[in-house]
Design a protein around this ligand. Structure first.
Ligand SMILES: Cc1cc2nc3c(=O)[nH]c(=O)nc-3n(C[C@H](O)[C@H](O)[C@H](O)COP(=O)(O)O)c2cc1C
Length: 375
């Protein structure tokens, strides 16, 4: 089978992407100190850019000092981070046609910062952190809206091609979407429309500031996989609302937060057979018909170029995204394009996810194989 659509260009907003392969946001826990970008992180992004990925989405980047997950997470909550971030973008743009999006985030209910209190839309205890967050007041929520907007504006100044809001996996923005974590009864909670309000406010604020020059995309929680959590039917409603107001792309995801045990999608599924690949496809199939000008990025266990090609060709999605396979093989897109159609070498063991607890993130399987080769 020829990969005749996977390597065709397509646009997100006004930005042309050279192929349909996206690097899904991946926190590499590799900044030099306290969120500042240095050579270690830049080298990782250069490898990805050299390897043929069309659009690289950065690891989650903090919009506020109290919303950082660990000291090696990249930040852009004030101007002091701009020079390092700019250098990273410039390094990626050295590679012809490669585009880069910044993913912006706050840990929200999953935060456990030594210096800052944990905040969320509602004070719902988290067994993941053993913390009950403090409920935010309305004017504080509006301040957070502004922090997301300001961080995206800084990213634009750094030269990023677009922004992705992280509204998944139990972090701040997804806390508003889930009926399990949002018990509010004001303009930011109650029904589906009100729980989506924060995403609408950020969108409107950013469009007012930057017009259509900077595509606005989102990684969207579409199911929590917990009792009384967000269900797919409501996830589809969110996708409809966001597409209708003008979001340029949606990457549906799910799980995380208090659904860390059992069958979840984040941490990513430990795939043991080819039948378990493409594990979010049914979600994408349900969502795609409701998106108009908004592109769909399909993530989750995609490892085989033939099925990746089919996902695009059959119009289930406009782009496919990969995280773990590109940690093992940053040059995977080039390998596929050159005609080696064997699947990704990644065995989806989640060893990389475990390295995130200490950092820096690396592929455990690749390291073991290389060590064996050396013996
Ligand atoms: C080490 C690691 C770090 C990740 N960091 C992020 C992140 O910063 N933001 C995010 O939205 N998802 C993150 N993810 C989830 C991935 O983007 C992706 O959605 C998930 O791993 C499924 O894709 P895959 O099967 O191609 O790995 C991370 C996953 C891994 C393994």
């Amino acid at each position: 089978m020829e990969l005749d659509t996977l390597f065709t260009p397509e646009k997100i907003g006004n930005v042309q992407i050279k192929n349909r392969i996206v690097r899904s946001a991946t926190h590499m826990r590799s900044t030099e100190k306290y969120g500042y970008v240095g050579d270690k992180l830049i080298n990782i992004y250069e490898d990805l850019a050299r390897g043929g990925t069309g659009l690289i989405i950065s690891g989650f980047t903090a919009v506020d000092p109290g919303g950082t997950a660990n000291p090696q997470q990249a930040c852009l909550y004030d101007d002091s981070f701009i020079p390092g971030q700019k250098k990273l973008v410039e390094a990626v743009h050295e590679y012809a046609g490669v585009k880069i999006a910044i993913q912006i985030a706050h840990t929200g209910r999953l935060g456990y910062h030594p210096k800052y209190e944990t905040v969320a839309p509602s004070p719902v205890y988290s067994k993941t952190t053993d913390i009950t967050p403090r409920e935010l007041k309305i004017d504080e929520i509006k301040e957070f809206v502004q922090k997301f907007i300001d961080t995206a504006k800084r990213a634009y100044e750094c030269g990023y091609d677009m922004v992705q809001l992280h509204a998944a996996h139990g972090y701040f923005l997804s806390n508003f979407l889930s009926p399990y974590t949002n018990k509010r009864n004001d303009e930011y909670g109650g029904d589906t429309q009100k729980r989506a309000r924060i995403l609408i406010d950020i969108y409107n604020g950013l469009r007012d500031e930057l017009g259509n020059n900077f595509p606005i995309t989102i990684k969207l929680q579409t199911e929590d996989f917990i009792p009384n959590g967000l269900i797919l039917e409501e996830g589809i409603e969110y996708a409809k609302i966001l597409s209708a107001i003008g979001y340029d792309a949606i990457e549906p995801s799910g799980g995380g937060g208090d659904s860390l045990s059992g069958k979840t999608t984040y941490p990513s599924l430990n795939i043991k057979s080819s039948e378990e690949e493409n594990y979010f496809l049914q979600h994408n199939k349900r969502i795609k018909p409701f998106l108009s000008n908004c592109k769909l990025i399909a993530m989750g266990g995609i490892k085989n170029p033939i099925s990746a090609e089919r996902i695009i060709k059959e119009n289930i999605a406009d782009f496919i995204s990969l995280s773990r396979p590109l940690i093992y093989e940053p040059d995977l897109p080039n390998r596929w394009q050159k005609g080696d159609l064997s699947p990704a070498k990644c065995i989806s063991c989640n060893g990389c996810y475990m390295t995130m607890m200490q950092g820096p993130v690396y592929c455990v399987t690749k390291k073991k194989r290389e060590e064996r080769m050396r013996k």
